[in-house]
Design a protein around this ligand. Sequence first.
Ligand code: PGA
Length: 248
Amino acid sequence: MIIAANWKMNMGFHKAVEFLASFNSLVGSEDKENFIFFPPACLSGLFHKENFYWGGQNIYYKAEGSCTGENSAKALREMGARFCLLGHSERRWTFGESDVDVEKKFSLLQELALIPVLCVGESLSDRFDREKILKRQLSWIKDYKKYEKLPWKPELLPKFFKDISLIVAYEPVWSIGTGDTPSVQELNETAHFIKDYLHLHSIKTFYGGSIDEKTVKNFSKCSYIDGFLVGGASLSAQGFYSIYEQCL
Ligand code: PGA
């Protein structure tokens, strides 16, 4: 089980330094490959020499150019990022990102061999019609013929990631930061639906939305879930580590 931290914009420089010092004292070196961090882009330098997998929270869809203020996927890759979140609901709802924007960014990530963590999920009003929303958010991937042939350098990735080209993170909007979560059955059915719909071997599915050391226990039994994307509960080193312990 992979546990990923989405720090959003809630982690400052000093707090991140403290976090990494405490987290390093909790995690054995053989366990490090079970985590992925998504720090704010300006804190990426802290991960350059760390032995953790990490990635960007968002990138611009061009590899380079006169794009003042945007996040460069190329620079993140050069600094050691291996992953990137795509289409997080906060990007979609707060910053108006469309599926077309997401697809453009996906294409650049492919070129740079960064593994996309594509976030999908329905809002509360669509909770019982979620397959329709998920199909809309995922349908363009089915046309992506190139997408299983990424130019991996497998030695850079642990065994778990070796053969994958995409992680889909199911994150219902109504669950993010609310304490409300789907039932285990609902989650397993949805993750199964995603894998079945995309029908590709190289996919892993994560769940995100109000995961903490209590909620994770039941979800870790979902056979179609390969990892968790954690927001609020990833800000404390001990709390984040406890989530991992509950999955062992
Ligand atoms: P949460 O956020 O764990 O605070 O609900 C998850 C996310 O937005 O990725």
